[in-house]
Design a protein around this ligand. Structure first.
Ligand SMILES: Cc1ncc(COP(=O)(O)O)c(C=O)c1O
Length: 411
């Protein structure tokens, strides 16, 4: 059966999440398939930021740490994110960047497993995950070695030498999902801890950290959580570990009593000890607006729609451009995050030609075209129109235009 636009419009009419789109300020003429890199702007964010800047900062000045509850913002936003990733409210805090949070928790995990020297991850994991581990290993000298093992070999590699298994739940390039519960159980059987990078999962999948028995997790605030460029990240520490973690970045905001100004570091109770320096209030306020919307969505519905949108995109590509692209993502929707990846030797120019038509996806070197589907604001008709543009670009060969070959600093 040929898929036509009216079929997609019918799917949109039946979409229980369709009403969320009006909460985002999407420009006319843009089909946004890059919410997995930078989420769209929630309509509420500009007003919130204006109020924080003009009133809370401008008028109330330093009093706002108490009167506007600034000091509680990392925990408040964390508690909302907890509901999105299947954790308890006191197990998540919003702070720092994903990279910094990876460092904090990987270092803590190594301390919690004295005598074990291996940190296990996979080749091709997101670069910052690997770079942070390499930096940590260098800092700790011979104490730690980073070992990269292909996914098929991970369970066999979980020996009694392993302190930590660090994996990204949804792979940034291929969209492949790791089985969090199975790998966490395997790590625990070997006596190791797990740290999950949820950057491409939080807000797109029905993540269940608690059910999976995960020990630690981190994730970005600027992707599906719609917190804005460079938004604070989040981190999760299972309650059972919270008091055992000695924060390696022992800043004053994680102290038990920061305003006693004592000379001696004493970690705060629970998740609060994961804070390091003064919270970035403007970023947290923007993140809170994004997360508030997401927290109202039923994550099972979000996941169902994410699978439907990705599947629809792939079916339409097969229908409109047969044989043109190689698949670079799992074919089964259950094995794939909220993105699809295609390969083509001229992927960069093709993505630029799409962007020139208002269809924003992204390119990942060397040849991957990546399209993300943020279920709260991408419609089935958007997917239909995006593939129609893609097919037209391929059939007309308009991507060959010299303007589409030039590379910017950020790809
Ligand atoms: C899996 C993953 N981890 C981490 C990051 C980025 O971390 P940071 O926010 O510290 O730049 C990204 C960014 O795309 C990512 O995809």
């Amino acid at each position: 059966m040929t898929i036509d636009r009216s079929h997609c419009e019918a799917l949109d009419r039946d979409d229980p999440l369709g009403h969320f789109r009006q909460e985002f300020d999407l420009p006319d003429g843009v089909i946004y398939l890059d919410g997995n890199s930078l989420g769209a702007l929630p309509r509420a964010t500009a007003g919130r930021l204006a109020a924080v800047v003009r009133e809370e900062w401008g008028r109330n000045l330093i009093r706002s740490w108490n009167s506007a509850g600034w000091i509680d913002l990392p925990g408040r936003v964390g508690a909302l994110i907890a509901g999105i990733v299947g954790a308890e409210a006191d197990e998540v805090v919003a702070a720092d960047s994903t990279s910094v949070n990876l460092f904090k928790l990987a270092a803590a995990a190594v301390q919690m497993r004295p005598g074990r020297r291996l940190i296990l991850s996979e080749p091709g994991n997101f670069p910052t995950d690997l770079y942070i581990l390499q930096g940590l290993a260098e800092l700790l000298g011979d104490r730690v070695e980073v070992r990269l093992v292909e996914p098929e070999g991970l369970e066999a590699a979980l020996t009694d030498e392993v302190a930590l298994l660090l994996l990204t739940h949804v792979h940034y390039k291929t969209g492949r999902i790791h089985d969090m519960a199975r790998l966490t159980a395997a790590a625990h059987r070997a006596g190791a801890l797990t740290l999950w990078d949820l950057s491409h999962s939080a807000g797109a999948l029905d993540v269940r950290l608690g059910e999976a028995g995960a020990d630690f997790a981190v994730g970005c605030g600027y992707k599906y959580l719609n917190g804005g460029p460079g938004a604070p990240a989040f981190l999760y520490v299972a309650r059972r570990h919270q008091d055992a973690v000695r924060p390696p970045l022992s800043g004053w905001m994680g102290h038990a009593a920061p305003f006693e100004f004592s000379d001696r570091y004493e970690p705060g109770a629970g998740i609060r000890r994961q804070l390091c320096g003064t919270p970035a209030i403007l970023g947290l306020a923007a993140l809170e607006e994004g997360v508030r919307i997401m927290a109202r969505a039923d994550m099972a519905r979000v996941r169902a729609k994410s699978m439907r949108l990705g599947g629809l995109f792939l079916e339409l590509v097969a229908q409109e451009c047969p044989g043109v692209f190689a698949m670079h993502c799992p074919a089964e929707p259950e094995a794939r995050g909220s993105q699809v990846s295609l390969r083509h030797p001229d992927g960069y120019a093709i993505v630029q030609a799409l962007i020139a038509r208002g269809v924003i996806g992204d390119f990942r070197a060397p040849d991957v075209l990546r399209f993300g589907f943020a279920p709260l604001y991408v419609s089935h008709a958007d997917v239909f129109d995006a593939v129609a543009h893609l097919a037209d670009i391929m059939h007309s060969q308009s991507w060959m235009d010299a303007a589409y070959q030039r590379r910017g600093a950020v790809t």
